[in-house]
Write a protein that binds this ligand. Structure first.
Ligand code: GLY
Length: 570
């Protein structure tokens, strides 16, 4: 988005909420009453309203996430799942509300008789859908840590679904990009292609089915969605289009509180999401290797630093091949994060020469595609509690199947399983047997919600961050974190800087146009690295608490993100 448009959005929100100032451009906006960073202004506004009403960081995160389910249907959801890392009163917890495979799922459900993947089956339509975790997860997050009454936290989303919201050009374009697929499903087309076309920019979109579902959710909690008429509506539409998802699957879903992945790097404490999110382990392994490699001491934009980062990412993503649901993964976090494991991998990295990815774990390599999936939000309240929450329906609008009588899209998260082990999924990720489809299993994720903190003489400093962008999430989260904890960047600069991505396979370094100076690229090519310039990379949202207790919201300039703080400094 251009800075001009972001400024206009800033101006609009400042009119709506005079106490609020958006972080439209560097530097990050700073204040003292709490901060939100999300990908939609209405969602950020909902989170701020909840903070203003006395809610804590969890109340604000849940209200923001639920509002995204209304105004940002391409990724916000009730029909998907996610992960949250919470730091409340100094204690860290994580909630896993990832989707699971339906009871009737089978390991070969996406393979034809010839053993080849069936085109689109894991990506479009109800067979692509895992059992949604968001209705249970967001409620559970609030049950354990929320402060305001539940109904009050749901209300901003319900009221927007009921009264309607304005279709902006982003939503219009997103729908237009899926017009052909939407038109395959009459239920989707009836709502999202009114008159056979995407709703026009500036039109008001009302979602009465979603408003009704949210009303029930506010009154009764998740059973209003996972049982009764809404769950039956899910089963009905799934069955009609050849799916296997049932109301019983929804009723059986359980969110899980999990121990975070914990480690230290560059003088900071870091907590991130454990399996089935691979992001925490990738961050821990990468940071552990970078410290051993003396990365921080290298010239900041020089070829040697870039080379080491690429090699570390190559290694971490190769190790991802062995990961899966926590109950069936072929590696446990300690197998990769112990001193011995890091030391052994450290020795394999060559100071001035690229390795071949195929040598790390031999398998097929194909090129993947960029996806606009997933959305991340970060919140911090006046007491310094923080939430990093990433939620997804996987691809844009998930499976593209909208559930009438429920008001939400079903995810296409089943594509995050190794639908065909050894072959790339929609992100080009090559995955192993540990991530094969099995009923009740959680599919491996790249999501990386993370909180980092350290004590300073002036007080405690903390940052909550994460992002969207499929396999690019951990690599981009890592680089923003490095900008802060290793290089001491201010929050907004840390988000603004160009980034790179390597995911083991395909064996290519993706770079944004300004990531490398020509001479640095030439030096890296001499070492054996290959490059592809891309404008599509992950988008990171972050908030920060400063040692003096003030807070900041930063936004990724690559996306329509809106960070905001309460009570900005005068
Ligand atoms: N669906 C993207 C992820 O979970 O990594």
């Amino acid at each position: 988005m251009s800075y001009r448009i972001r400024s206009l959005m800033t101006a609009l929100l400042m009119v709506l909420l005079p106490q609020v100032v958006l972080a439209a451009s560097a530097p990050a906006v700073r204040g003292s009453g709490g901060a939100i960073s999300s990908e939609h202004p209405e969602a950020t506004r909902a989170g701020l309203e909840i903070l203003q009403k006395g809610g804590n960081a969890v109340d604000a995160a849940v209200a923001t996430a639920l509002t995204l389910a209304v105004v940002y249907p391409e990724a916000g959801n009730l029909g998907g799942g996610g992960f949250a890392v919470v730091r409340m009163d100094g204690k860290i917890t994580t909630l896993d509300f990832r989707e699971v495979a339906p009871a009737r799922a089978t390991s070969d459900m996406y393979l034809g008789e010839d053993g080849e993947p069936i085109s689109e089956a894991s990506r479009v339509g109800p067979l692509a859908a895992g059992v949604p975790g968001s209705p249970t997860g967001l409620w559970e997050l609030h049950r354990k840590h929320g402060r305001l009454p539940w109904a009050q936290v749901v209300e901003p989303a319900r009221s927007l679904a009921d009264g309607g919201f304005i279709v902006d050009k982003h939503l219009h374009r997103a729908i237009a990009s899926k017009e052909e697929i939407f038109s395959r499903f009459p239920e989707t087309a009836a709502v999202w292609l009114p008159g056979g076309k995407p709703p026009s920019v500036g039109s008001r979109m009302k979602l009465p089915d979603l408003a009704a579902a949210l009303r029930g959710y506010a009154e009764k909690g998740p059973t209003a969605i996972t049982t009764g008429a809404v769950a039956e509506a899910v089963e009905r539409v799934s069955r009609r289009h050849g799916g296997i998802l049932t109301a019983d699957d929804l009723a059986a879903y359980k969110a899980a509180w999990r121990e975070p992945i914990r480690f230290q790097a560059f003088g900071w404490e870091i907590a991130s999401m454990p399996l089935p999110a691979s992001g925490g382990i990738i961050l821990g392994e990468s940071l552990g290797l970078l410290e051993r490699l003396g990365w921080q001491a290298q010239e900041r934009y020089g070829a040697r630093r870039r080379h080491l980062l690429i090699e570390v990412l190559r290694q971490s993503f190769a190790d991802r091949f062995l990961m899966g649901d926590p109950t069936t993964t072929a590696v446990q976090p300690q197998d990769l994060l112990s001193d011995e494991a890091l030391e052994e991998r450290f020795k394999r990295i060559r100071p001035g020469q690229a390795r071949s990815s195929e040598d790390l774990y031999p398998t097929a390599a194909l090129v993947g595609v960029e996806s606009h999936d997933t959305t991340h939000l970060s919140t911090v309240d006046a007491e310094g509690n923080l939430v990093a929450l990433t939620t997804t329906i996987n691809g844009l609008f998930g499976s593209c199947l909208y559930v009438p009588g429920a008001g939400f899209f079903l995810n296409n998260e089943m594509d995050d399983f190794a639908a065909a082990p050894g072959r790339p999924n929609m992100f080009g990720l090559v995955q192993g047997e540990a991530n094969k489809v099995r009923p009740g299993r959680r599919m491996l994720s790249s999501m990386s919600p993370t909180i980092a903190w350290r004590s300073t003489a002036e007080g405690e400093e903390a940052v909550a961050l994460g992002g969207r962008g499929g396999s690019r999430i951990p690599t981009n989260t890592l680089q923003v974190l490095l900008n802060i904890i290793a290089d001491g960047d201010p929050l907004q600069s840390a988000l603004d800087r160009p980034r790179l991505h390597h995911q083991w396979l395909p064996d290519i370094v993706q770079v944004e146009p300004d990531t490398l100076a020509p001479e640095t690229r030439a030096a890296l090519e001499t070492m054996g690295h290959g490059f592809e310039v891309t404008s599509g990379t992950a988008k990171i949202e972050a908030v920060r608490r400063l040692p003096d207790g003030r807070v900041e919201a930063g936004t990724d300039p690559r996306v329509r993100a809106t960070g905001a703080v309460l009570q900005p400094e005068l």
